[in-house]
Design a protein around this ligand. Structure first.
Ligand SMILES: Nc1ncnc2c1ncn2[C@@H]1O[C@H](COP(=O)(O)OP(=O)(O)O)[C@@H](O)[C@H]1O
Ligand SMILES: [Mg+2]
Length: 442
């Protein structure tokens, strides 16, 4: 078993343990706890290679609540970071969407910019470092070729100016360079603020940076394309954008709002499948109803339905991992057993002589959970994992305690899928009837 033999840094161990105890998916050290997903990872590696070679990719990671979508997206991000891509992710929420007119699309963009990460800055906020790297490499190139840094920077940025919104984007990077060159920190800060989509009005941006536009609801996707080109100019291989909780688009009660958001998804899908974009990939995470519901899901939008329709031959256990839709099956009891072994191993800091539980305790723990909540213990495993790590924590802090006695006290409960709560009663001229909604949610 390769993962168990792998070296385990204390930092990774602590990050994994504390994330799982808090019921969230860890952000690093996946290889130590990952179970299954081997062929899905191979498929995603291929996509990432394509992006890194200046191409594009788009994938919809579809699975039931608890199947491991968020875990998988984080895993994909870490693989992309190894390939020198810049990555970012955000959850869609009612206040963060792909299309809006009240600032919700800009809010999504701003969140993506806050979460930009690279291999050396894995926890986000990598944007200032990326801009700095662009400047530094231009200065080096200038001194090697006996040109002025400003001329080298202008040359590089000329490539951006041709794209939609690229002129101002280039101006802002130019302003950053001026700030760098003249020791004007405020100018640098303002440039980064603009790139992060944090200017609320054009007037403000114009006063600070002399540009006429800002990132707003209408140009979010255009800006993501610019960021993708820019990170390549800064020496990275491309940009991977992960958008999780896509079900929030499905939940938009207003048909028009849903449609305009799906239109943006379609633009992205078309661009990425046709190779109209360079060094850019998208990974969407969503539940089956987001995809397949013909009234509110992506399938309700005919053009998306035809592009995302799955291979008719991939049924009855046959898989096709080459299409844009990547199905994640829920974990199995066998996966769960391996996962508990890994958790025990990680908790012990990778040292089998420090295991807090013997092998037969793992099976007993699973039986206990199955007795309390049935199948849910491996289908929606967050609570099972959390309680298992909690059990290890008690055993660690109370040496000599018998695990059998503690097991009876483990109170694992069924997780409820928050998406099954009634949809918000957003009203609008063409809001769907409440009765229809109610019947859909069952
Ligand atoms: N392949 C995997 N290997 C190990 N643990 C996983 C795997 N997939 C999911 N998990 C764990 O299962 C739980 C549920 O996964 P999550 O990604 O949150 O599900 P989803 O986003 O589909 O609702 C999390 O605690 C996560 O760490
Ligand atoms: Mg999730």
């Amino acid at each position: 078993m390769t993962a168990s033999g792998a070296r385990l840094r204390p930092r990774d161990r602590d990050a994994i343990v504390s994330a799982l105890r808090a019921g969230v998916v860890p952000r690093t050290g996946f290889q130590h706890i990952q179970v299954g997903r081997a062929s899905e990872v191979v498929a995603m590696r291929r996509e990432i290679d394509r992006i890194a070679d200046g191409g594009s990719a788009v994938r919809f990671v579809i699975g039931e609540y608890g199947a491991g979508k968020t875990f998988f997206l984080n895993l994909v991000r870490s693989i992309a970071a190894e390939r020198k891509l810049v990555t970012t992710s955000a959850d869609l929420t009612p206040d963060r969407r792909l299309h809006a007119s009240g600032g919700q699309a800009r809010a999504l963009y701003a969140e993506l910019m806050r979460n930009l990460a690279t291999r050396s800055t894995p926890d986000g906020n990598a944007l200032p470092g990326i801009v700095e790297r662009f400047i530094t490499s231009a200065i080096q190139e200038a001194s090697a070729s006996d040109r002025s840094p400003r001329a080298v920077i202008a040359d590089k940025l000329a490539q951006l100016s041709e794209s939609v919104g690229g002129y101002d984007f280039a101006q802002v990077i130019g302003a950053y360079w001026t700030g760098h060159d003249t020791g004007n920190e405020q100018l640098k800060t303002d440039a980064v603020r603009w790139l992060r989509g944090e200017f609320a009005t054009r007037t403000e941006a114009r006063a600070a940076l002399g540009v006429r536009t800002i990132v707003d609801d209408a140009n979010v996707y255009d800006h993501l394309k610019l960021v993708a080109r820019f990170v390549r100019l800064a020496g990275f291989t491309g940009l991977l954008v992960c958008l999780d909780e896509m079900v929030n688009l499905y939940k938009l009660a207003h048909t028009g709002a849903r449609r305009s958001n799906y239109e943006q998804v379609l633009r992205i899908v078309n661009d990425c499948l046709q190779g109209n974009v360079e060094g850019l990939g998208f990974c969407f995470g969503g539940t089956p109803e987001l995809l397949m519901d013909t009234r509110r899901g992506l399938y309700s939008y005919e053009a998306l339905r035809s592009r995302l329709a799955e291979n008719n031959f991939a049924v009855g256990g046959l898989v096709d991992l080459s299409g844009p839709v990547l199905r994640l099956a829920s974990l199995t009891p066998e996966d769960m057993h391996v996962l508990l072994e890994r958790l025990r191993h990680v908790y012990a800091g990778g040292d089998p002589s420090s295991y807090l539980l013997p092998d037969d305790a793992l099976g007993a723990f699973m039986e206990h959970c199955a007795g309390r909540i049935g199948d849910a213990y491996f289908r929606t495993p967050r609570n099972t994992i959390k309680e298992f790590v909690n059990l290890l924590a008690v055993l660690e802090q109370n040496p000599g305690t018998d695990w059998r006695e503690l097991l009876g006290q483990v109170r694992v409960s069924v997780e409820t899928n928050p998406d099954l709560a009634p949809l918000p009663g957003e009203s609008g001229p063409d809001t769907d009837g409440a009765d229809e909604l109610a019947s859909l949610r069952i």
